[in-house]
Design a protein around this ligand. Structure first.
Ligand code: NAD
Length: 495
């Protein structure tokens, strides 16, 4: 049985004997064991991160950039293998896994520009013969705690930028699909990264709590569910750490009566059911505005029936299983609740069976119509292939739904009216907004992050926000020559 250990100081190892199963969600079979690290494993990770960081911070940004550039080539060369590791443990289709690795790779590509990205600001003669400049310096040891749904992409939102900025990094990946992080760490070493700068430590809440309490760790980046995000934010802040904690979502796609309906339906199908709805930018609510609702529901229903639900090994699969038996049960329970609360179940994905994969955790595409804002299936994140259609009389009612919801990750509007689209992008209280695109995920050189219950902290991930998060600002005020004697000053200088 494959045992997934830690990657510390350039070596695969672990001291803990505590292990849990890693399953193939398509079959329900145990395919590996992952170590739940002990305090001694954690101490080793801290020790090596601390020892390596000083020298790494003194390595010139240009040299760091060259290592990142090698890393980018190695990821490109190994993308098939990385994607199949993701698919095997997560269950998503191979093409989707490859797409997600590419989005992570783009962050490495962005981080290759670190000599430029770290350039500071300079002002000559802020006072007579006095110059001032601002620089950004690394924080020290940074940590990342990541979810199961993007085992390559989400960690890659974090560590390439943190490391490019001169920090060392400890990654605690999801215990449900941990193998990919080890592969990514090995490739970074192969690219020339000094041992100890990037460490992967496996485990669950216990090791997360060690991270949150450690005095050696300066910053914590988290992506996962909202209750855990809130906990991470509170504990990190309490212990004096910089923190960004991204949480769950309930993303609305508003379909206006003047929208290209077929385009909107394609958007809802791909973004609602892709990756079995296990994406934080999945569309889980379609808001049908005006009299298009019946047409919209019929078309989504028709298209959802054409989807092929199959394991990732089937090249024609449109969506795979969900991550675990518990998660499948939870999604099916939400479907029960939706029916009980009076929503109209148009397509039922419960008890979905695939021949030869009867023990897999498959849930079929599910569609609810006539959902209302009081219902549990509208208020809570289901994180499965369940699309809820809610009907709104007009644009203002649709915008209120988007803005009144507790989550604020992503939203999108489909319309051919420029004025409405401009009003929506200006007034939606949401971090990432799309117009006629279903999943408005920002590219690596912009920043990713939601509002409200979808992000706790002041910084989004990657792009300039990432650089600012992983560095601290220093401003220097300097006078040369130093032998000018002007006497002490007792008032604040004003020029
Ligand atoms: P999760 O919150 O259960 O786990 C995330 C990480 O936290 C894992 O590494 C896990 O080991 C750790 N963890 C879990 N419970 C903990 C606890 N009680 N104390 C400390 N650490 C704990 O999330 P998940 O199920 O792995 O991922 C799905 C969730 O992530 C969804 O809610 C989804 O919306 C969210 N997500 C958000 C974004 C975003 O950008 N906002 C991106 C991807 C996923």
């Amino acid at each position: 049985m494959n045992k997934i250990q830690n990657y510390i100081n350039g070596n695969i190892n672990s001291l803990s004997k505590n292990e849990i199963n890693v399953e193939d969600p398509s079959t329900g079979e145990v395919i590996a064991k992952v170590v739940l690290s002990s305090i001694d494993d954690f101490k080793n990770a801290i020790e090596t991160s601390k020892n390596s960081q000083r020298e790494w911070a003194n390595t010139t940004p240009l040299k760091r950039s060259r290592i990142l550039s090698n890393y980018k080539s190695l990821i490109e060369k190994n993308i098939e293998e990385i994607a199949s590791i993701v698919s095997r443990e997560h269950g998503k289709t191979l093409d989707d896994a490859k797409g997600s690795v590419t989005r992570g790779l783009e962050v490495v590509e962005f981080a290759c520009g670190i000599p430029h990205l770290l350039k500071g600001e300079f002002s000559q003669n802020v006072g007579t013969n006095i110059d001032s400049w601002s620089i950004r310096q690394p924080l020290g040891i940074c940590a990342g705690i990541t979810p199961f749904n993007f085992p390559a992409m989400v960690p890659m939102w974090m560590y390439p930028i943190a490391i490019a900025c001169g920090n060392s990094f400890i990654l605690k990946p999801s215990e449900k699909d941990p193998s990919c992080s080890i592969k990514l760490a090995e490739l970074f070493s192969e690219a020339g990264l000094p041992d100890g700068v990037f460490n992967v430590i496996n485990g669950d809440k216990e090791v997360v709590d060690l991270i949150l309490k450690s005095n050696e760790i300066s910053a914590v980046s988290f992506v996962g569910s909202t209750p855990v995000a809130k906990y991470i934010y509170e504990q990190s802040a309490k212990n004096g750490k910089r923190v960004q904690a991204l949480g769950g979502a309930k993303n609305h796609l508003v379909v206006m009566p003047d929208a290209n309906l077929d385009q909107a339906v394609d958007g809802i199908i791909g973004a609602g059911y892709g990756s079995a709805g296990e994406r934080c930018m999945a569309i889980s609510v379609a808001v049908a505005v005006g009299d298009i609702a019946d047409d919209l529901v019929n078309k989504i229903h028709l298209e959802s029936q054409k989807l092929k639900v199959a394991p990732w090994t089937d090249p024609d699969s449109d969506m795979g299983p969900v991550i675990s038996k518990e998660h499948k049960d939870k999604i099916e329970k939400y479907i029960d609740i939706g029916i009980d609360e009076g929503a109209k179940l148009v397509e039922d994905g419960r008890n979905y069976k695939i021949q030869g994969y009867e023990n897999g955790y498959f849930v079929g595409p599910t569609l609810f119509d006539k959902v209302t804002k009081e219902m549990t299936i509208y208020k809570e994140e289901i994180f499965g292939p369940v699309v809820c259609v809610i009907r709104a009389k007009n644009y203002n009612e649709a915008l209120d739904l988007v803005n009144d919801h507790a989550f604020g990750n992503g939203t999108s509007i489909y319309t051919s009216d420029g004025e409405i689209s401009r009003h929506f992008t200006t007034n939606a209280k949401i971090g990432m907004v799309g117009v006629n695109v279903p999943i408005p995920v920002p590219m690596a050189f912009h920043s990713f992050g939601g509002w409200k219950q979808s992000l706790f902290g002041d910084h989004a991930m990657h792009g300039k926000e990432g650089i600012n998060f992983y560095t601290k600002l220093k401003t220097v005020t300097s006078r040369w020559p130093g032998n000018i004697k002007s006497g002490p000053e007792f008032v604040i200088p004003t020029n």
